[in-house]
Design a protein. Sequence first.
Length: 392
Amino acid sequence: MQLLYGFSNCTDKKYNELMSGKNISILRPDQKYHGLLIKGLAANGAHVKCFSGLPINRALTKKVFIREKDETENGVYYHYINTVNLPVFRRFCIFFGSFFGTLKAKKRDDTYIVCDCLNIANAYGMMLAGKIKKIPIITIVTDIPDMMSQGGIARRINNRFFRSVDGFILLTEQMNARINQKNKPYIVLEGHVDSSLAPADDTEKVELKDGTRQIVYAGSIKKIYGIKNLVEGFILANLDNCELHIYGSGDYAEELKAISGQYSSVKYMGVCDNAEVVKAEQSASLLVNPRPTAPEYTKYSFPSKNMEYMISGTPLLTTRLPGMPEEYYPYVYLLEDETPLGISDVLREIFSRSFEERNEFGAKAREFVLQNKSNTVQAKKIIGFLESELKR
């Protein structure tokens, strides 16, 4: 199978070069998502050729003309579209670059186009070329464009694009009713994990070293994501030999710094390198995602953080997010009452259990995502979807 893949990402090597010296320690979610998925597709025997406008803007470089040599990494070919690094011109360059690049690509009987709908200039160019060459096209939807800050023209372009593609890869089941107005074939894949993140079975938890149990939250620390309730609930629980470690940045940072100065068990770790965060997750006693379930957007999202948490082997406490399938329920602790009092109650209940019980629970969660949600497993599902639903 040959896949023409459109997005705005690059090889890991190129990404590190572009971000070098830019004080960016957190890997862009789309770079991680697409990078892992492409590796999974290649591992399943697909020949992948990527078309990318590169993750560059005026904030990263003042260079006006962007021209990078094509690369090959892990058997995947990356074609970087030449662009003019000015807002409107850049989009036109990406559109025409992806259009003509797709037209020039050699077509085989088993050729398909896969593109990221959030990079609409790239996706639209590939879609139009695919129509001309009669190549089936599917789009990956990791977020609803209508729910992002868009004007009327952009919304109409996206809606027309959705009506024109042949199928969808969706993050949640609820997305289908919102964007798939013509009932095209679709597959729901919440995301994927990298099996290389799995720790060894003998990973030693912090509580076994010095008696201190660490609860870890890593991600955006905006109040809308429930982080304020988490902190207040932890303080209210008043657990012995327990600390709350919070990684990330957001509008709650200053208040959190003040709280950490008042309560020694609350520690704000700031923004740290991804490798350091992963290590903290693996050695923690509990990982928490307190994201509220009431906002509408939660129906159309599945936090990649939950999967990273689960593969760490550390138990996860999460809210019952509408976009989370029920198959996850046996492998996570569920937070039903999202108030500080509800959080304090569930924390006390979890830590009333023995370390062995909690450790075994985390190990089962890790096994579940490795067997069912790894990038190679999810990529295999995509290949099967293409062959069974879109083969012409």
